[in-house]
Design a protein around this ligand. Structure first.
Ligand SMILES: [Zn+2]
Ligand SMILES: [Zn+2]
Length: 287
């Protein structure tokens, strides 16, 4: 998403101190994009979002110069579940996430598609689309819902852009959808984003299966795990298997340069965020 030609970058920021505190932390780093959870990501329950708190976040965000906010859905959602009870619970939770994202004034809501152990992958993809259709009906107005690629290919679902494309083709309200490319997940799934040829073939796949215009955000992470390992383990930028050269290649790709680059890199202290941000700014140099 291009906002006045400004490069949008930032982090997934914790909400332990509340939404406004998350925006304040982002401001302290000097970033202009951020991702947050809108509730505890590991539990089903969520107290209704307090309107005053949401309003305070919107104000703080504006004050802090945060131009792009993405919400990440709770980890328990499984839109592909063949267990009807769990699927319905997930649909309701997704609708609630859409509603909270709208209240918080977010630009996008990012979600994993889920898994369907033992079911034919095509059935799983169809189930995800049905779940999204139902959630959209329960919540008629929201920011765009982005599907994030996972680190595993078939028989798991959601690791390839073909899978994400197959889901999106079955979604009725197509204007409300998009995708988010997680670089570490793509690498784990076997897309070699370290090389120009590998990155180009990935972008070609996105374009032919989905359309590059639907790519709305990047989860910008290096990977501790090897290419094609199927393992999802994030690393500091330039210090993992993707490495400095790969990170630079991604940052400088003309097809990606107007997208928000959100890091979900390890954090033991704010210093880690400062270092990763410095790496991004240093490597994003156009000749
Ligand atoms: Zn994610
Ligand atoms: Zn991610």
């Amino acid at each position: 998403m291009k906002k006045n030609g400004v490069f949008l970058t930032g982090f997934h920021v914790p909400i332990a101190g509340g939404f406004a505190a998350a925006a304040t932390y982002a401001a302290s780093l000097g970033i202009n994009a951020m991702q947050i959870f809108s509730k505890n990501p590991r539990g089903w329950s969520a107290k209704p979002l307090d309107r005053a708190e949401a309003l305070e976040f919107r104000e703080k965000r504006k004050e802090a110069g945060i131009k792009f906010v993405m919400i990440h859905t709770c980890y328990l959602l499984n839109l592909a579940s063949q267990d009807e009870e769990l699927r319905e619970k997930s649909v309701k939770a997704l609708a609630a996430e859409l509603e909270r994202a709208e209240l918080l004034g977010a630009d996008c809501l990012n979600t994993h598609v889920g898994s369907c152990k033992g079911c034919p992958p095509d059935d799983g993809l169809r189930t995800v689309a049905e779940s999204i259709n139902e959630a959209f009906k329960l919540c008629s107005k929201s920011p765009a819902l982005l599907l994030e690629n996972t680190s595993r290919l078939r028989p798991s679902i959601g690791g390839s852009f073909r899978d994400l494309g197959a889901i999106l083709k079955l979604v009725e309200e197509k204007g409300r959808t998009g995708i988010c490319l997680d670089t570490a997940h793509a690498f784990g799934a076997g897309y070699d984003v370290r090389s120009a040829a590998g990155l180009n073939s990935l972008l070609k796949e996105i374009d032919s299966e989905i359309g590059l215009v639907k790519l709305r955000a990047i989860h910008f992470n290096d990977s501790k795990a090897a290419l094609g390992s199927g393992i999802d383990r994030h690393e500091h930028l330039g210090m993992g298997e993707i490495g400095k050269a790969g990170v630079a290649l991604l940052l400088k790709n003309p097809k990606l340069k107007n997208l928000p680059f959100i890091m979900e890199t390890p954090r033991s202290s704010p210093e880690d965020d400062r270092k990763n941000l410095a790496t991004v700014l240093k490597l994003r140099v156009f000749a």
